[in-house]
Design a binder for this molecule. Structure first.
Ligand code: NAP
Ligand code: MG
Length: 403
């Protein structure tokens, strides 16, 4: 059989622990037998990051900028314990944080939906994707404890020497607390642009919600900037059939419980932190949650939303059989492959990505699952697969479909 030619190189970022083990299996059994693809390989495994003083992460991010599409394995973000475990020079920063700041991107998390796993919310039929703004607000706020009576003010001092702006936050008669938050127009514009890029790429409607009825300047600024970007991209959105809807956040929460899904829900930083975990839990397992970083210029990086599954890796090192779910990692590859094919205008590459997704879903839907899905599936499968036997069964189905 001749392999399918991928026109433009794909940026591949290897990772750590159990996901690194699965990564190699996915490549060897599901990707490389079928695709003739030039992989620009960056080893983001912790030993290599340490060896290169984390240069390799920056190089990988720049490669995504150059080639446009990357696929990343989960990686360890080192803490004190990992410094000892891996004898590191220092606690290197989170690779995802580094890549996100170089690409100035937004992360979208999307659950993989299968027929035999019913979401906790009955009306959810299609994936609900969360786009979380990852800059500012509560996460870059300044807090002060007012431990005695006094006046709290916001003061803005312009650099150009013009008059400062002052506003009283509160007059304290007794102890209390104060917080100052900020965001920037630039970051909100990037966020809105990334959301629009993602929605067009996935052909889903966008919801954006905040509380501009109460926060008439801060939240209202988010609403206004979103509106501006939607107007600026009206033609592209219309062409892709993407509608935009603004809601109050409490209304959005109530509406989502009656909605069938199939939308992008764009959220401010704190709302995204809270509701992305609710949506993930509502759809089932971490092993079924994918994630894509989209830059405002339209660069894409795909990965699984979960970590390196450390506990399973230690079992693997002891020589025990593991049953780790590889579906989110497989879908990171298919997401990247389909996007590469779409950008290159090579439908056979897109089709291959779709076939691999179909083979994976058809395994799960016929009860071939890893241990994490056993109790979620209806009907309950009689047994579960190991990490490797699941991938082998996907490979069997894929082989029949594409040969
Ligand atoms: P984790 O990898 O997300 O796994 C936590 C637990 O969730 C696992 O022990 C397992 O539960 C379950 N789980 C997650 N993914 C699964 C899968 N694919 N199949 C089956 N079960 C799955 O978090 P962690 O083990 O606490 O963290 C390990 C490392 O991951 C950390 O060093 C952290 O820095 C890193 N991390 C990286 C990323 C990333 O690169 N995107 C994201 C998050 C965390 P059971 O033990 O009950 O089976
Ligand atoms: Mg959270």
């Amino acid at each position: 059989m001749s392999k399918i030619k991928v026109k433009t190189p794909l940026v591949e970022m290897d990772g750590d622990e159990m996901t690194r083990i699965m990564w190699q299996m996915i490549k060897d059994k599901l990707i490389l037998p079928y695709l003739d693809v030039e992989l620009k390989y960056y080893d983001l495994g912790l030993p290599e990051r340490d060896k290169t003083d984390d240069r390799v992460t920056v190089d990988a991010a720049n490669a995504i900028k150059e080639y446009g599409v990357g696929v990343k394995c989960a990686t360890i973000t080192p803490d004190a314990e990992r410094i000892t475990e891996y004898k590191l020079k220092k606690a290197w920063p989170s690779p995802n944080g580094t890549i996100r700041s170089i690409l100035d991107g937004t992360v979208f998390r999307k659950p993989i939906v299968v027929k035999n796993i019913t979401p906790a919310v009955r009306s959810w039929k299609k994936p609900i994707t969360i786009g979380r703004h990852a800059y500012g607000d509560l996460y870059k706020s300044m807090e002060v404890v007012a431990d005695r009576p006094g006046k709290a003010e916001i003061v803005f001092t312009p650099d150009d020497g013009s008059a400062e702006i002052r506003a009283t936050v509160n007059r304290f008669n007794g102890p209390g607390i104060i917080m100052g938050m900020h965001n920037t127009d630039k970051s909100i514009h990037s966020f809105a642009q990334s959301c629009i890029k993602y929605a067009i790429s996935e052909k889903v409607d966008i919801w954006f919600a905040c509380k501009d009825t109460i926060s008439k300047k801060y939240h209202a600024r988010f609403k206004d900037i979103f509106n501006e970007e939607v107007l600026a991209h009206k033609n592209e959105m219309d062409k892709a059939g993407v509608n935009y809807r603004f809601l109050l956040i409490d209304d959005a929460v109530a509406q989502i419980m009656k909605h069938e899904g199939g939308i992008l829900w764009a959220m401010r930083n704190y709302d995204g932190d809270v509701f992305s975990d609710m949506i993930a839990a509502g759809f089932g397992s971490l092993g079924m949650m994918t994630s894509v970083l989209v830059s405002p210029e339209g660069k894409f990086e795909y990965e699984a939303a979960h970590g390196t599954v450390r506990r399973h890796y230690y079992e693997h090192l002891k020589g025990n059989k593991t049953s780790t779910n590889s579906v989110a990692s497989i879908f990171a590859w298919t997401g990247a492959i389909k996007k590469r094919g779409e950008l290159d205008k090579t439908p056979d590459v897109v089709k291959f990505g779709e076939e691999l997704e179909k083979a994976t879903l058809s395994c799960i839907e016929s009860g071939i699952v890893t241990k994490d899905l056993m109790l979620l599936c209806n009907p309950t499968p009689k047994s579960y697969e190991t990490t490797e036997s699941f991938i082998d069964k996907v490979a069997d189905r894929l082989g029949i479909a594409v040969r």
